[in-house]
Design a protein around this ligand. Sequence first.
Ligand SMILES: [Zn+2]
Ligand SMILES: [Zn+2]
Length: 766
Amino acid sequence: MSERRRFAVHGVVQGVGFRPFVYVTATALGLTGSVANDAEGVIIEVEGADAALDELARRLHADAPPLATVTSVDSESIEGCGGTGFVIGATQGGDRARTLASPDVATCADCLRELVDPGDRRYRHPFITCTNCGPRFTIMTALPYDRATTTMAGFPMCPACRREYDNPRDRRFHAQPIGCHDCGPHLELITPGAESVTGQLAVNATRMALRDGAIVAVKGIGGYHLACDAGNEQAVAELRTRKRRGDKPFAVMVVDLATADELVHIDDAERTLLGGARRPIVLLARRPSAAIAESVAPGNPDLGVMLPYTPMHTLLFGIDGDEQGPRALVMTSGNLGGEPIVYDDAEALHRLGALADGWLRHDRPIEVPCDDSVVRVVDGAELAVRRSRGYAPLPVALPFAVPSTLAVGADLKSTCCVAEGRYAWLSQHVGDMDDLATVQAFGAAEKHLELLTGVVPDQLVADAHPGYHSSAWARAHAAGRLVHTVQHHHAHVAAVMAEHGLDGTAPVIGISFDGTGYGDDGAVWGGEVLLADYKDFRRVAHLAYVPLAGGDASVLRPYRMALAHLRAAGVNWDTALPGDTTLASVAACPPAERDVLAHQLDTGFGCVPTSSMGRLFDAVASLLGVRHAVDYEAQAAIELEGLARGINSSDGGSGYGFDCAADVFDAASVIRSIVADLSAGVDTATIAARFHAGVARLVGELAGRARADGGPDTVVLSGGVFQNVVLLRAARHALREQGFTVLVPTQLPPNDGGLALGQVLIAAAG
Ligand SMILES: [Zn+2]
Ligand SMILES: [Zn+2]
C-alpha cells in the first residue's frame, strides 16, 4: 500500500541539521517528497510504502540529530500526487516565527579531527563548525535561522564552502556559520605598543604571553574572557587585583579531561557534562594536590572547571607541533566587578583597558552576550547554578497553555522569561541589577529573546518587592500592559513545580530557603514553608524572626547576624570559651559597632524582622570563625558547607534540634547548642556537620507536620540555600524516608536565576 503523509515536527529543529537528516533518511527509505522549515517547525510531505512511512515516523524521534529536541510530530494522510525524488524546500517565512532557536554548541568530534589534520583544508581554522556544532544563539539576529540572519552575514562564502553548504549529503549542508581560511572570520592579537599579529601567529603569541604570566582578554562565543595561567600565583593575584574581585572564585579551563582529573574529583555524570555539547563550568571537589594558584578560588572547597568549547580555545592550548603553554587557564568573564560581560570589540579595548595586557579577538560579531553556564552534580543529577551558554534559549515545556507573558525575575542573578502557549524561554544570565549597565543588558537580552521566539507579551510579571530594579523596569516598560506582582518564595516553589510538569491541580508543600525575599507582611522572608499551587499559597510555617539590623550591612558582615541570633537566643555576647577566648563573631565586631548594634537590636531602630535561612547560615559560619565578611553572595554558606563536607554524615548525628511550634520554628536552641559545643571544645567541622544535619532533619519535620495537617505527599525544595549539596542530599533523604515525593530544581537554578519561570505560571493561573 502506498500513501502520502504530511508530518509537522515541533521542537528545536532549526539550525541543527534536521532537514538534511530527513532528506537522507527519507531517500534511504525510498520515499519521495519534500522537507521545509515553516514558522511552526519542520514540515515533511512524503509518499511511498506504508511500512516505509511508519519507519520514517519512528526515526524522526529515535534518530534525530544530536542537537535536535523533537517535542511532537503531528501526522496526517493527504492526497497522493506522485512525483520522483526528494527535495529540500527553502525556508518559508511566516509572520510569526515559532521555530525554536538552538543554543551555542561546543566543537564536535568531527570538526576537532579536521582541525588537527594537516591534510584538511580547515587545518587550524579557528572557526571550524558544521551542522552539529558552533555558535547559534549568540550570532542569531532574527528567525528564521539563515546565513542572512546571523552575524556571519558579512562573510560571503567562497566557492568551496558554498558547495558544502548546498550539498544535502555534506555534513555542512546549510550550516549557517561555516567558513574557512579563505572566507571565514580572522583572529588578531592586539598588544599595546606593538604591531598586531594575525592568524596562527596571534594564537601562538597569546599562548607564549600566557605562559609568561600575562593577562589576555580573549574573545569567545558569548563575550570576552580574561585569561591567565591558573598555575601562576602572581598572574592570578594580579588579575584579582585588577578586576577588584575580592575572593569570588575564578573558573578554570583545562586542556583535557586528564588534566581535569589531576585537579579535581570527577564521577561519571560529571565527566559526561564536562565533555558534553553544552560544555558548562562544572563545580567539582578539588584535590589537595591540585597544582592551582591559591588565588584561583580562595577558601573554596570546589573548583569550577570547563573544557575548551571553541576551536580557538583548542588552538590556544596548542595542538601537535605547537610550543607548549599552560595546561590550565583562568577564564573569567571579561568585566569589572559586577558589570555585565563585555562582548563588543571597541568596548573591550576601552572597558578592559586597565585589566588586560593584550586582546586576542576576531571579527565575527557577537549579537548578544552570554556568560558560561555553571552546574553541579548531585546524586548523578544535574543542578544548575547559572543557566546560560549552551542552555539558553532552550524552551521549557509548560504543563498548561499560558497567555503571552514576560516575567522579569528578581534583582540578583537576573534572568527574564517569555512564554506563550505551552512554551517558556528563559534568557541567558544577565547579572545583578545594581548598576545601569546591567539594567541596559537586561533590556537587550529581553528584546533578543522576543525576537527569537516571536512572543509579543500581553502582560508582565515582577517580584512583589517595591524597591527592586527589575520591578521598576517592568513598570517602566509596561506601555499600558498589566504588571502582575508575585511573592518571591511562591515564585521559587512554582518554578520547580513547572520544571517537573505539575499542572497545579494539587497543591505541594513548598519549602523555600534562601537569602532575601519580600514578604507579604513587609518582613524579609527566607525560611518558608508554603502550601502552594500556582494560583495561591498559604504560609504554614516560617523561621522565627530575628532583627536584620542595617539591611545590607548585616548581609555583607555575617558577624552582625551572629550577634543578632545570639541575642535572640539569650546567649550573652561575653560568653567565655576554653582558653579564655571570646566567641569569634564577637571578636570580629569592632567594639564601637558592637555598641551601636546592641542599641539597634534593643530598640529595633533600623531593623527589619527576617526569617532568612541564608542569614542563619551566615550567622553560623561566623560563629565558627569561618567567615565574618563576604564579598559575594552565599560566600559564608559555601565555606561552611566545605567545612561540613570533611565530616562523615553519621558523625554529625541527627544534628541540632530547632524548636518547632505550630507555625514557627526557632533557631535559638540551635544557636545555644552550637555555643555549648564550642564551649566544650568540639571541633568546628563537626559543629558545621551537626548544623547541616539539623537543618535537613528540620525539613523532614516541617513536611511531616504539614502533611499531618492535611497537606499533600509532594514536597518541593527551592531557594538558593539548596545549592548546598550537603544539605540538599540530607534533606531529600529525610523526606524520602517518610515516603514523600521530593521535587528539586535541576534544569533551572534553585537561586533567583530560575524565579522568572515561576512568575509566569503564577500570573497565568491567577
Ligand atoms: Zn562540528
Ligand atoms: Zn570558505
